[in-house]
Each structure stands twice: as C-alpha cells, then as structure tokens.
Design a protein around this ligand. Structure first.
Ligand SMILES: [Zn+2]
Length: 304
C-alpha cells in the first residue's frame, strides 16, 4: 500500500504532468516525483516534448544521488525501449531506487514494459496508484492511442462563428492543451505555435471534408493526439454524427437579456450531448458536455 507521502507525491506528479499538455504528442504527458529513503521529496520532473528527456530522467537529474534507495512516483509506466532517449527503467535502476509507484500501465508496452523489468531486477513495483486521478491528464492520450485517432474537443460557441475566432480568450486558453486547432474556415494550426518542436508534428494546413474519420486517422498518424475544433461547422457536425467528438464546450455569451440568451441557446448545437459541468467564464456560461450515452429512439429528452 502506498504511504500518505507517496499518495501526495503521485498527486504532485499528476499536476506536474499537465505541464506537458499540448506539447508532448505523440508522446504522453507524464510527471514524476522522487522521494528519498525517508520519504522526503528530493526531485520532480515532467516530459515536455518528444526527443527531450522523459519525466523520470528529469526527476532523477534533479534528485541526483538522493534518489539512492528512494522511491520514484510516476504517472505512466516507465518505458523499456531505447528510443531517442535512454530507457527510463534503466535510468531508475542506475539511480538505485528501491521502489517505483506507477499510476497507469503503458498500453503500448504489451506487458513488456518497464514495470516487469524493474520487478525482475528486484525493485518493489506498485501499479494502479491513483490511476483514476492520473487519467485526468493522461485520459485523452490513452483514448487516442487506443482508437488511433485524436481526442476531439469541440468548442461550440455562439461567439465562434466569426473569422476572428483565434482571438477569442476562450480559444486562446483552450488551444494551450491541444496539439492542433481546426478553425471554422478549415485552417489547421498547432495549438501552441512551435510547441512540439521542429518536424515532430505533421498535419495538413487545411482539413479535408470528404471523410472526417479518415482525416482524424491521418492527423493521428502525423502525431496529433488532441484536437480542438472551433465553431459550429459542417466538419464538426459530421463528427457529431459519427460520434467522434469526445467533449463539447458550449459557451452561451453573458447577457442581461432573457430574450437574447434564449435566442442564443436556441441556436446552439446541444443535441446529442449530456452536460457534465456547467460553469462560467469571464464572458460566457459554459456547458461542458460529453456525447450522449449510446441512445435508442425511446431514450430522448434526457440529454441536452
Ligand atoms: Zn521513458
């Protein structure tokens, strides 16, 4: 069982991992915290982008020799392959950590990942620690990897109908955690310009409308794991029809007029989605929605 210190370290690692959102793809956003043999935090790190050190490497580097006999707390199973950077399981063995806590097993490791090798080398390995909480950051990457198409967030706002949507504060915020943004005119831009590093993310400059799912598969092959679609466009509606939207953010601009608000709500594409959270931003009421559960004709009136 993880100690209270270890649970706290995993929460810190999860929070840290979010710093990689929007730049790590096709790699996952991962965070790592190192505790020394007393249980005190001596190092922390996250993965920023492909080709740069993994979270474990950054955390071990900050811990130095204090990792000796300590515990590594990491949100995703340490890798077991020599890629652009050394395998993390080897770095952990070299640092002589005695215990490794993992939130989620890497679905691409097929049981031959770092956890098994570390265990075989005599390290005390515990997996599934705060797995649900770690999914708050890793969930979209895991889903995209399993499906081989990006996690799609749809920003369906009454404000997002004009050409100037890129300058909407909401879009500026949302694009920080998306690999790419697809604008109402079909233009595709990197969420954080230059965020993935040169030549690491490949995408067309415009979206193809002919086969929306094929377009998403193509984006996945180019490294995209999360996509933000802005505006109530034909492309977005095609994806709704094919149940390829993972999350919808529906903004209703703030107004003092009941009549204007009702009119705006009437125009919103809120069918087929179920509200999870209703919150407010500086300029709107925001409905955060998920696709309706697989529905039958008799199951209506329940979603929004
Ligand atoms: Zn690694």
């Amino acid at each position: 069982m993880p100690t209270a210190n270890e649970i706290r370290a995993m929460r810190q690692a999860i929070a840290l991992s979010a710093l990689g959102l929007g730049t790590t793809s096709p790699n996952p956003p991962v965070g790592c915290v190192i505790l020394d043999h007393h249980g005190d935090q001596v190092g922390a790190g996250f993965h920023r982008r492909k080709g740069e050190p993994h979270a474990e490497a950054n955390a071990l580097a900050s811990a130095g020799s204090r990792a000796d006999g300590g515990t590594a707390v990491v949100t995703l199973e340490p890798c077991n392959h020599l890629g652009v950077t050394p395998a993390c399981r080897q770095l952990l063995l070299d640092a002589n950590v005695s215990r490794v806590l993992v939130a989620i097993i890497d679905p691409t490791s097929r049981g031959e990942g770092g956890a098994a090798v570390l265990k075989a080398a005599g390290v005390d390995v515990e997996v599934g620690v705060l797995a649900n909480e770690a999914e708050a950051v890793l969930g979209p990457w895991l889903t995209a990897t399993r499906r081989r198409r990006p996690w799609v967030v749809w920003f369906a706002s009454a404000l997002a109908r004009t050409a100037d949507t890129a300058n909407l504060p909401a879009v500026r915020d949302l694009r920080q955690q998306a690999d790419i943004v697809i604008y109402p005119d079909g233009q595709i831009l990197e969420g954080i310009p230059g965020g993935h590093g040169k030549g690491r993310l490949h995408h067309p400059t415009r979206i193809e409308f002919t086969d929306p799912i094929a377009s998403l598969n193509q984006l996945f092959d180019g490294g995209t794991r999360t996509a933000l679609i802005v505006g109530d466009t034909e492309f977005a509606r095609e994806l709704v029809a094919r149940e390829a939207i993972d999350q919808a953010l529906i903004d209703v601009p703030r107004t003092n007029s009941d009549i204007v608000a009702a009119d705006q709500i009437k125009k919103l594409p809120i069918f087929g989605f179920r509200a999870e959270t209703v919150t407010t931003t500086s300029d709107a009421i925001r409905i955060i929605a998920r696709p309706d559960a697989p529905h039958s004709p008799s199951d209506s009136g329940d979603g929004i």
